[in-house]
Design a protein around this ligand. Structure first.
Ligand code: URA
Length: 239
């Protein structure tokens, strides 16, 4: 089991900044395996019983982060040219091995889930698991909603012959511009843009607003991130 500095491990849970944790340790509020610790630099792991003011630290081995992704940032852990979703995380949320579970295009905004749990990522991305991904899409040219809804439900055939799973389409704005809510269960390359392209229009704005039953936290501004709680995590895979 990987050992980390006490202050780093506590801060990585997103509960407090590293400096706040150091102050708590100095005040004698932190214990490890029953002993009050006054030195933040001791090495601990998730197997140790860490308590803050007598309460057990939420000890999950893995980290799950919700980021409201801004435009211009790529969905990767590292990139030579562009800033990545991992680069823009605040320091207190950063830890090793984080990667985005699923790719949003560089110009797509919204809910990017960043984790170090490979099995979880695999589960929520597998089309067989049917974890819905919900998007808001604004299009350039208006289309016939009822025809489009039926085509989405039947399974769109992309220009390269790929047959997609059934998807849901809802019209949420139909004034000067047309805006849709789209729910898909898979994540093919440029999927939503290609779905609308097959109907003769193009997507001009795209934002992911939910993964499974977990909505993007509306208090997160673009570029902001926070830890996903255990109960929220369950909403993602709830059927
Ligand atoms: N579909 C797209 O076309 N782009 C995204 O970023 C996500 C889904």
């Amino acid at each position: 089991m990987k050992k980390e500095r006490l202050d780093k491990l506590i801060a990585s849970q997103g509960l407090a900044s590293r400096n706040d944790v150091k102050s708590m340790v100095r005040r004698g509020e932190v214990s490890v395996n029953g002993a009050v610790i006054k030195d933040s630099s001791i090495k601990v792991s998730y197997e140790d019983d860490i308590k803050i003011k007598g309460k057990s630290l939420l000890q999950t081995e893995f980290t799950y982060i919700m980021l409201n992704k801004p435009k211009g940032v790529v969905s990767a852990s590292e990139d030579k040219r562009d800033k990545t979703v991992v680069d823009i995380l605040p320091d207190e949320l950063k830890r090793k091995n984080l990667f985005p579970a699923g790719r949003l295009d560089k110009d797509t905004t919204g809910f990017s889930l960043i984790t170090d749990d490979g099995n979880f990522a695999h589960r929520i991305l597998s089309p067989a698991r049917h974890v819905d991904k919900t998007y808001i899409a604004e299009v350039s040219e208006k289309i016939d909603f009822l025809k489009a809804k039926q085509a989405f439900a039947d399974g769109i055939v992309l220009s390269d012959g790929t047959v997609l799973l059934s998807a849901k389409l809802e019209l949420i704005e139909d004034g000067e511009k047309q805006v849709f809510k789209v729910v898909i269960k898979e994540g093919k390359y440029h999927q939503i843009k290609r779905m609308f392209a097959s109907l003769g229009t193009s997507v001009v704005e795209l934002k992911r607003i939910a993964i499974g039953g977990l909505l993007l936290d509306s208090s997160l501004k673009e570029g902001e991130a926070r830890i996903i709680s255990e109960s929220e995590l369950k909403l993602i895979e709830r059927r």
